[in-house]
Write a protein that binds this ligand. Structure first.
Ligand code: MLT
Length: 200
């Protein structure tokens, strides 16, 4: 995966995963809003769906290619390890932030890894797998941003992601807004508040 690295000599590092059709730049303003002192690793998905960048393949909207998702989740974890070593990042303070397709990739990594991320920020996630659980201690803290009228992420998916995270021992904050799939300013503010109160 290609990535941009913004070195702020911070103790924490945000790992950013954009949504379908997005780019490395998309979540940088959100990351800077949450904590302008953190380092940033902004990834670019290397799957192309009719020219739209993604982090894993899907068979149709909302129907994931599970084998590809598993394979790319493991590869993403290896890439994160390599980048952490290369840039001398503090591995106890890695925080993953993803939107939509990027949030789904992060959620998927929690089924195969524990403790890589200090916290995860999942903006408009879906359930990556029909069955199975996230690993115990997958992440200690999790923020979920969701829309009550999101046509892509049904409400029961959101609450199941919340339960899966709670079951693995995470302290979860679920923030609802009254809109759809968009990541609103109110949601960004709620993410920052969760970070300031619970992570920093
Ligand atoms: C996905 O494929 O990850 C979800 O359908 C969300 C999206 O449209 O990216």
């Amino acid at each position: 995966m290609h990535y941009d690295f913004i070195d702020n000599a911070g103790s924490r590092t945000f790992l950013l995963f954009h949504g379908t059709g997005g780019s490395k730049e998309d979540l940088v303003p959100l990351a800077k809003h949450i904590d302008p002192t953190a380092n940033i690793v902004a990834f670019e998905g290397d799957v192309s769906e009719r020219g739209m960048r993604r982090f894993f393949k899907r068979k149709s909207p909302g129907v994931f290619d599970v084998e590809d998702l598993k394979k790319r989740s493991k590869a993403a974890l290896k890439t994160i390890e390599t980048i952490t070593d290369k840039h001398g990042l503090n591995q106890t303070h890695l925080i993953a932030i993803g939107y939509s397709n990027g949030a789904n990739l992060i959620a998927s990594t929690l089924y195969v890894s524990a403790g890589v991320f200090e916290a995860v920020f999942l903006h408009h996630p879906m359930i990556p797998y029909e069955s199975g659980n996230m690993m115990q201690g997958a992440t200690a803290k999790a923020f979920i941003g969701a829309g009550e009228n999101d046509p892509i992420c049904p409400k029961d998916h959101t609450t199941r992601v919340e339960s899966l995270l709670e079951d693995c021992g995470a302290k979860v904050c679920l923030h609802w807004h009254a809109h759809g799939h968009s990541l609103t300013q109110g949601e960004a503010d709620a993410a920052k508040k969760y970070y300031d109160d619970e992570v920093k």
